[in-house]
Ligand binder design. Sequence first.
Ligand code: PAF
Length: 286
Amino acid sequence: VKAELKIIRTIPELQRVLNDKRSNHKTIGFVPTMGFLHQGHLALVAKAKEQNDIVVMSIFVNSAQFGPGEDYEAYPRDEDGDTEKATQAGVDILFLPEQGEMYPQDGGIRILPGSQATELCGASRPGHFDGVLKVVLKLFNIVKPDHSYFGMKDAQQLAIIETFVRDFNVNTEIVRVQTVREEDGLAKSSRNVNLSENERIEAPIIREALKKGERLFHEGITTTIIEQQVAEHITANCSGTIDYVSLLSYPALTPYEGGTGEAILACAVLFQKTRLIDNIIMSTGR
Ligand code: PAF
């Protein structure tokens, strides 16, 4: 029998319920999302359930992380479907704040991420990660989670949040969760619904190209050639246009210069109505 899902829309009510859980020594796992849930989100919930007594999920399409002309309005929303999926996945508390609940006023203070935020998506989405850190810090302060769960598909977001939490002693442990994929390799994303039929057929090329890049990486091919080959593989096989293909160290997101540690091969591809991202994290102990 599934425990009942509690829907909460206000910050004071959420804090009251969670204070009560904490005073009963319950640990809290937190899954922040922008909704339109798919199996990627549900994998975050599954991990959170394994490691905590209570799982809180938030759904809030965060206006602060969308730039002018981006898809804030077109971002898919489905509160009823999401509530059903969250219930099935065993979420205990679903936090669904309105815009005015999260951003009732603006005192003008900004959180500015460092050079990690100017690479990859940061180059074409100035201010995006400021907006992500703003909402994530607010949510962490409201929920006070023991553990917080983020997917590897948004590897740059994860790297920036890990750095923020480490450098500012934010009191939650960040847990990385692997990207969940469709059978043909396309990374699950709420934005996939905005692909046309033909684009959806082409989209797995992104993963295929990254896998090719990974093979070249392990053969010792140079960064520039790998980036070129991956970009060519995508443009030759799909109608989308490349925003970037980049090989960097991970999680620092500085130029990759060999040696040990992790590297990321990441790309973003623009389709008619949406922009898809994907990446592969590679171990560099070669
Ligand atoms: O990854 C997302 O869905 C969002 O960027 C997040 C972390 C929920 C912040 O709005």
